[in-house]
Write a protein that binds this ligand. Structure first.
Ligand SMILES: [Zn+2]
Length: 332
């Protein structure tokens, strides 16, 4: 079956390690252990249970060499998925446990990404995440790291982590800082939290995109607001089923949001914890909602519009998308 070219905006680097790279970083870890520790059950009771699977990987990513191997591993997966552009995100402060400075973490990941972009032919940018449980100062530090990296592949700020358990207020200063310096911004919301968490995030942090945001469907006024303001939702369908935001893909609001005209993209969130690929996400949308090339192309074009890239780059990639999707008949 033909693998369509793709754009992915929401992908956690530290949640996307293949067994190949894990066994290379620690040969003691068996494939069974990898499947048990690194991959979450198909149904978790909550986002918190899902997130509990993440630290296994970050523990392995505490040196420049390890970070480089992980970036190379993820780019291999992206190439296999026929990705033409991806934004990879990670929290640099999770990689300073064994002596690396946060600045060194950012430089190591950025340098590795730069090499992979040249070799794999997959265009990419990097997003630095602060985490919900971090302090005001840790969030500000993360925003400063984005500013410090200006001119490199590291271009944006995100906030991830357990939105149901921790408030947003400590992180406002980091987003204010990012706004003042013209940095790109996205933020996780409307996943474990309801529509009010999306409202709060838009009001207090004012990012141009929302990570997930699927629970916006609970409030018609919010849907209108998203459309009017052109706020893009980075939707990760199977991740939401796994974290019990939706009981099944058939119940997922992605199709309703799409038909309603909300700007959205399709993403994996995490390739290891979810045990998925973007190709698989597309196939499941085709099976569940009878999505065809037309819907997938529009999601990719919307992703391109919302991407953290200069417009000249966007036009170049958009032309590649249009050319590839029109090369075959639209009706499959
Ligand atoms: Zn995420």
């Amino acid at each position: 079956m033909e693998v369509l070219p793709k754009i992915e905006l929401h992908l956690h680097l530290d949640c996307s390690l293949s067994y190949k790279v894990v066994s290379c970083l620690n040969s003691q870890i068996s494939e069974d252990q990898y499947r048990r520790d690194f991959i979450a059950p198909r149904r978790c009771s909550s986002l918190a249970e899902y997130l509990a699977h993440a630290p296994h990987a970050t523990q392995l990513m505490q040196s420049k060499e390890a970070l480089k191997l992980v970036v190379e591993d993820v780019f291999e997966q992206l190439a296999a998925d026929n990705m033409i552009y991806a934004e990879l995100r990670y929290a640099p402060l999770l990689h300073v446990d064994r002596g690396l400075k946060a600045e060194e973490v950012v430089e190591a990941v950025d340098r590795a990404a730069e090499e992979c972009i040249r070799q794999a032919g997959v265009e990419a940018r990097l997003i630095l995440c602060t985490l919900r449980h971090y302090t005001r100062e840790q969030s500000l530090q993360t925003a400063r790291l984005v500013e410090r990296a200006k001119g490199s592949r590291t271009v944006a700020l995100d906030i991830a982590g357990d939105e149901a358990a921790y408030p947003l207020a400590p992180h406002k200063a980091a987003y204010d800082y990012a706004h003042e310096r013209g940095l790109y911004m996205t933020a996780h919301a409307g996943e474990a939290g309801g529509a009010e968490s999306v409202w709060e995030t838009l009001r207090d942090l004012a990012p141009s995109r929302i990570g997930h945001g699927v629970r916006s469907i609970e409030d018609p006024d919010l849907i209108t607001h998203l459309k009017q303001q052109g706020i893009h939702l980075e939707i990760c369908p199977s991740s939401n089923v796994q974290t019990a935001v939706c009981s099944s893909l058939a119940e997922h609001p992605v199709d309703r949001l799409y038909r309603d005209g909300v700007s959205l993209s399709i993403n994996t969130d995490s390739r290891t914890i979810n045990d998925t690929t973007l190709e698989r996400e597309y196939q499941e949308l085709e099976q569940t909602f009878a999505w065809r090339r037309e819907e997938l192309l529009r999601c990719n074009l919307e992703a391109m519009k919302a991407a953290f890239l200069p417009s000249s780059e966007k036009r170049r990639l958009e032309a590649r998308l249009l050319q590839a999707y029109s090369a075959q008949p639209m009706v499959q």
